[in-house]
Design a protein around this ligand. Structure first.
Ligand SMILES: Cc1ncc(COP(=O)(O)O)c(C=O)c1O
Length: 380
């Protein structure tokens, strides 16, 4: 059976990117590698829409989240953590692991955070040094209004950290224009390469805070994720430690693909696919879970008559389509279909077609072809 990977990470990898990893390993302390790294960093800045520093870490996305926490937070300082899903919660867990006091902003799962609430929290509490927010909360499929949050946090002393792990390359993020101090991302999502790399951009405001932490000796402990050390190496177009060279080669290729298509068109493609997916879902009488849905992943409420875990299993076992179920308290209650990275119109059609068949077999009242038709009306 032909397999289709449609989870919100990892995502499918284009053939030319897969092939690029087959090249012989080159040593990372050579001119040949540095030339590649220099190009990759330049192209990453294009996708991040930034002139700030962008570093590559040999870790999954969580490594970049942890790097943001350990470099930016001071001992004794407070973090404002927006928790509207599993990944917002993760920022809180990392802070707690390092003994950082957090003020949790609990947002109803499925809702976006109100930027006004962030403004009020910052006005109330002058001890908040860093605000952590997720652009696309993958566990709920919600996209947050990071542009407005950026405008608000910019007016305060606090630094804003944005998790764009399931957004970069698929959902608009204007790092510099929106005043986002630190942005973290990962490889296995919109950037279309296998898991194993994380990225972090850092602007002047964030650097000023990191440098003050170092000077006042109020830093949290770090070694592998120490950004001051990372920056010293990247200034020489180098890494502090041995990088996953093959993944960097893959990244070079995937960034070339993004440049060839053009970032604007890449984002427009994601908007179109998301619109078609949502239209198809609604045509089946199903409900989108996220109130402010992301263009990278669509979360759908499981109809009352259907077993949500069985639905995800059947999609995979009977039709070869791997989608994701709900996480944490949403287990069995929603399913999530990604249209992120190496995704095009017929991925949406295939996913909706198999969904119709699975639902029908499970006894739900669906009209075969209804979702596909609705999506085609958009995609045509
Ligand atoms: C929004 C978001 N944040 C963080 C993560 C964690 O990334 P990783 O699994 O690469 O460590 C993910 C991955 O699913 C994510 O989607």
């Amino acid at each position: 059976m032909k397999k289709y990977l449609m989870t919100p990470g990892p995502t499918a990898v284009p053939e030319r990117v897969l092939l690029s990893q087959a090249a012989q390993i080159i040593h990372h302390r050579t001119g040949a590698y540095r030339e590649i790294l220099g190009e990759v960093i330049k192209d990453l800045k294009y996708v991040f829409q930034t002139k700030n520093d962008v570093f590559i870490l040999g870790s999954s996305g969580t490594g970049a989240m942890e790097a943001a926490v350990v470099n930016l937070m001071q001992r004794g300082e407070k973090a404002l953590v927006v928790k509207g899903g599993k990944f917002g919660e993760r920022f809180g867990e990392i802070c707690e692991a390092y003994g950082v006091e957090i003020e949790a902003m609990d947002v109803e799962w499925g809702d976006a955070v109100s930027p006004y609430e962030i403004q009020k929290a910052l006005a109330r509490d002058n001890d908040i040094g860093v605000v952590f927010v997720t652009l696309c909360e993958t566990s709920t499929g919600v996209v947050n209004d990071v542009a407005s949050i950026g405008r608000i946090v910019k007016e305060t002393k606090a630094v804003l950290v944005v998790d764009a792990i399931s957004a970069l390359g698929s959902v608009e993020i204007k790092t510099d224009e929106w005043g986002l101090d630190v942005v973290v991302a990962g490889s296995q999502k919109g950037l279309m390469i296998p898991p194993g790399l994380a990225f972090i951009s850092v602007n002047e405001k964030a650097w000023a805070k990191i440098k003050a932490n170092v000077k006042e000796n109020t830093c949290l402990p770090s070694y592998y994720l120490n950004l001051t050390k990372t920056r010293e190496s990247f200034l020489k177009t180098d890494h502090p430690f041995t990088p996953p060279v093959s993944l960097v080669l893959a990244l070079k290729e995937s960034l070339a693909m993004i440049k060839e298509e053009g970032l604007e068109r890449v984002l427009a493609r994601h908007r179109l696919l998301a619109e078609a997916m949502r239209a198809g879902i609604k045509a089946l009488g199903l409900q989108i879970y996220a109130k402010s849905p992301s263009d990278s992943v669509t979360s759908v409420k499981v109809p009352a008559s259907v077993d949500g875990l069985a639905l995800v299993k059947k999609m995979s076992e009977e039709y070869g389509i791997t989608i994701a179920g709900g996480q944490g308290k949403l287990k069995g209650k929603i399913f999530r279909i990604a249209h992120m990275g190496y995704a095009d119109r017929f991925d949406v059609i295939i996913a909706l077609s198999s969904l119709e068949m699975v639902l029908k077999k499970m006894g739900a009242k669906v009209k075969l072809g209804a979702a596909v038709k609705a999506a085609e009306e958009i995609l045509i």
